[in-house]
Write a new protein. Sequence first.
Lengths: 160, 260
Amino acid sequence: MQHTATQDTLVGLFVAAGIAGLFFLALQVSNLSSFGQQDTYTVTARFESSGGLKIKSAVSAAGVKIGKVTNISFDTKTYQAVVSMAIDAKYNTLPDDTTASIFTAGLLGEQYVNLDAGGSDTVLKNGSQIDITQSAIILEKIIGQFLFKSAEEKAQGDKK
Amino acid sequence: MMQFFQNLGADTRTSFTKLGRGTYFLLSTLAGIASILPRPRLLMNQLYSVGVLSFLIITISGLFVGMLLGLQGFYILSDFGAEESLGVMVSASLVRELGPVVTALLFAGRAGSALTAEIGLMKATEQLSGMEMMAVDPIRRIITPRFLAGFISMPLLAALFSAVGIIGGQLVGSGLLGVDDGSYWSQMQTQIDFYDDILNGVIKSVIFGFVTSWIALFEGYDAIPTSEGVSRATTRTVVNSAFSILILDFILTALMFGDK
């Protein structure tokens, strides 16, 4: 090979471009940058129904993502869903009377846990349990109630 | 009837001998890696012809595949009012499947066939025997650098393919069709997991690089040393690589994403 320097440069550029592509995928495309190996603490909450909540679903407070769901299990004594959440260690000032509710992002979106801060002076620590919870809203139930209600109204209207 | 069984037996025997020769070939190639390390120039030359020369076809295909996914995904997702998920769709399909698979297929067509033809011609013109005469091991001198180059280039090319494709999807999605730029990226970042999606894609491309380089080099080395034999070997490289890539991809996907 005659033009060794040019060739080396081209190979170098190629390898650099490939590694840049990998970094792009890791940092820009995946969730590695937002929640990697950061310190977290775990709190649990009991819900009557966990709805469509999944492991890795977001945990947010005031619309900001502060953690994720790490485990969902069924308690055979109380018949409740036990949801464990890993919350980023820098958000360590959540009061222990915080309310946890399961909301849906948009009409058909993913379900997530929303934390509403309370007013207590003591804060949630690793292993704490959130006592005040609000279960997932199940769309079918609401549609059922709505249909039932409108049928009832119609029946009353017919009587008049 | 006896003829049928005789043919079947002969076919079985030839395919097993070929598999055995292929495995022996692979092992002696891998054994040669240690002797390459003090001579990086051999590897550099091959990285140039295998990697750098494939760069253009991979990036351009990646760009257009990504743009196509953006366009098609937009039309499908807008039926459900979920255009914001375009980024997830484009990146998940690229990172998990299309990136490694299409790159490997293009790589087999672009670099694999060239490797087979080169080695086959070396064999036909008795260059390999000439090296042996000079007490130079042709596997270490010729095969191992090419194998390593293919093995190194594939994951890099696949990562480039996916990255360029995702940018292409973004160009079409938010540039042309008006998907919100922020939700394109943010939905992608929440849905794509580094270990489950990206790392598995990289593992796939490493395995494909290993398999395509092995097939290409072995077919060349095992070719009948005539012009017809070399042309047949080149065809076999492309066909066998495509088969192995697609079958392996199914198996790997079932193993990696099966438990979801």
